[in-house]
Design a protein. Structure first.
Length: 145
């Protein structure tokens, strides 16, 4: 199972809100950049709002960041959009055969490894901010890529 695309879309939304902060960032505008349906954008925007990452103005089209760029980590975005259920980035398969030595012990053997891998990924995401990603976008734009 891969991480939900909501994570990448959540990052995309936050980047758009910064790069086009002088514009009216409607769900239609954002959806056109993401190349998805505005309904998907509104759903993810609601998750970001609930997490305190964006402000949405009811009755007026548009949204804006609720925090400074350097305060929003990728871990916060990941958690806000529920990219995967908690502690389920890596899961052991459902019902291995308990009559088999491997089947009987596989979960106990791999689940601590999986938990460590998820913790390492989350630690890495906690050290990257939306400001860092904006810098990457700007560098790519300067290169002409």
């Amino acid at each position: 199972m891969s991480i939900s695309s909501r994570f990448a879309v959540g990052i995309h939304i936050l980047l758009l809100l910064e790069v086009y902060k002088e514009e009216v960032n409607t769900s239609d505008f954002i959806a056109s950049s993401v190349n998805t349906n505005p309904v998907v954008i509104r759903k993810i925007m609601g998750m970001l709002k609930k997490a305190g990452l964006v402000k949405v103005r009811p009755g007026v089209a548009g949204a804006e960041l609720a925090q400074r760029l350097d305060e929003i980590t990728l871990l916060e975005v990941y958690q806000a959009v529920e990219a995967v259920p908690e502690n389920e980035l890596f899961r052991a398969h459902g019902s291995p055969n308990p009559k088999c030595t491997v089947g009987r012990h596989i979960q106990a053997a791999v689940l601590p490894i999986f938990a460590g891998a998820q913790a390492a990924m989350e630690k890495a995401l906690a050290h990257v901010t939306i400001a860092d990603v904006v810098k990457g976008i700007e560098e790519q734009e300067k290169k002409g890529d």
